[in-house]
Design a protein around this ligand. Structure first.
Ligand SMILES: Nc1ncnc2c1ncn2[C@@H]1O[C@H](COP(=O)(O)OP(=O)(O)OP(=O)(O)O)[C@@H](O)[C@H]1O
Length: 272
C-alpha cells in the first residue's frame, strides 16, 4: 500500500466512522502534507489507517455526522418492461436522510431506468416510489441548455424557487467551486468541455437544495481532482441530511456509501 492508497483507506475509514466531511478533509490533508514533507512509509509514520482514524476521532473529539434520519426515498418492488423485455424485476431501495446509496450492476441491467423511475420520469409496470421532500436529478447526459451560460442556468433554477438572480448566481458559483470549477465564465454550455458540462449538470441538481438527490454516473469526464472533490461533496451533502442515490460502475468507492443495490440479475452473479 503506497501513500496514496493509505490516504484513501484513511479517508474511507473516517467516512465510515461518520466524521463530518469538512473535518475529515482537513485531517487527511494534514496527513498528506506530513507524508509529503517528511517522507517515509505511512504505515511506519501513522500505523494502520483504521487505527489512526480511530485515534483521530478520539483525540480531536470530532463530532460525528448526524445519524441517518427518516426514510426519504422508498422504492418498492419496482418492475419495468420495455416491450417483452423485463429490465427491472422487483427492485427495492429505501434511503434515509443522511445516507448515500449506490446502484451498481452490469451494463444494461436497468440502473438508469431505476433512477428515472425514482425521479418520477418513467412509470413502473409494478411497484411504488414514495418520496418525502424535494428531488434533484442529475442525468447521465443532457440536462444543460446549449445556448445558455452557466450563470443563466443557475438563474433559471433559482427562478423556479423564487430566488433573486444575483443570489441564484452566487449560489451556483459557490456550488461549482466545490467541484474545483469557477463558473463565472462567458462560455455557452455547448462549448464547455464534456467534463465541465457534467459539472454544470451536477451543480444544477444540487442547487434546489433537494432532500433526495439522484445522480446517474455524474462524474463522467471528471479529472482526478474533481473526482475526489465529487466524493467529498457527496459526503458533505449527506452530512447535511440529504438522501443520495448514485449510479456507479466504480466499485472501489463503495466504502464511501452506506447502502448498495446491485441490479445485476442473479443469473449473472448479482447480489440482489
Ligand atoms: N425508453 C426505452 N425503450 C426501450 N428500451 C429501453 C429504454 N430505455 C432503456 N431501455 C433498455 O433497457 C435496458 C436498461 O437500460 P438502462 O439504461 O437502464 O441500463 P443501465 O444499467 O443504466 O446501463 P449502463 O450501465 O450501460 O448505463 C437496456 O437494454 C436499454 O436498451
Amino acid at each position: 500500500m503506497n501513500a496514496d492508497e493509505w490516504l484513501r483507506a484513511f479517508a474511507a475509514e473516517l467516512n465510515r466512522r461518520r466524521v463530518r466531511a469538512d473535518a475529515a478533509r482537513h485531517v487527511v490533508a494534514e496527513a498528506a502534507a506530513h507524508l509529503r514533507d517528511g517522507g517515509g512509509d505511512p504505515w511506519a509514520v501513522f500505523g494502520r489507517p483504521q487505527d489512526y482514524a480511530a485515534a483521530i476521532v478520539e483525540t480531536i473529539g470530532t463530532s460525528p455526522a448526524a445519524r441517518p434520519g427518516p426514510v426519504r426515498l422508498d422504492a418498492r418492488g419496482i418492475t419495468k418492461r420495455y416491450g417483452r423485455r423485463t429490465v427491472l424485476r422487483d427492485a427495492s431501495l429505501a434511503v434515509r436522510a443522511g445516507q448515500i446509496a449506490a446502484v451498481i450492476g452490469a451494463n444494461g441491467c436497468g440502473k438508469s431506468t431505476f433512477l428515472r423511475v425514482c425521479a418520477g420520469l418513467v412509470s413502473p409496470d409494478a411497484g411504488d416510489v414514495t418520496v418525502s421532500g424535494r428531488v434533484g436529478y442529475c442525468p447521465q447526459q443532457g440536462g444543460t441548455a446549449d445556448f445558455l451560460l452557466p450563470d443563466e442556468h443557475f438563474v433559471l433554477i433559482g427562478a423556479g424557487r423564487g430566488v433573486a438572480r444575483g443570489l441564484a448566481r452566487r449560489a451556483g458559483r459557490a456550488a461549482a467551486r466545490h467541484l474545483g470549477w469557477e463558473a463565472d465564465g462567458d462560455v455557452l454550455a455547448r462549448n464547455l468541455s464534456g467534463g465541465t458540462r457534467q459539472k454544470l449538470n451536477l451543480t444544477m441538481s444540487t442547487l434546489s437544495e433537494p432532500d433526495v438527490l439522484l445522480l446517474d454516473e455524474p462524474y463522467q469526464g471528471f479529472d482526478q481532482g474533481t473526482y475526489v472533490n465529487f466524493w467529498d461533496q457527496l459526503a458533505r451533502l449527506r452530512d447535511e441530511g440529504r438522501a443520495i442515490v448514485v449510479v456507479t460502475h466504480l466499485l472501489n468507492q463503495l466504502d464511501r456509501v452506506d447502502l448498495v443495490l446491485d441490479l445485476t440479475p442473479a443469473t449473472q452473479g448479482g447480489r440482489a
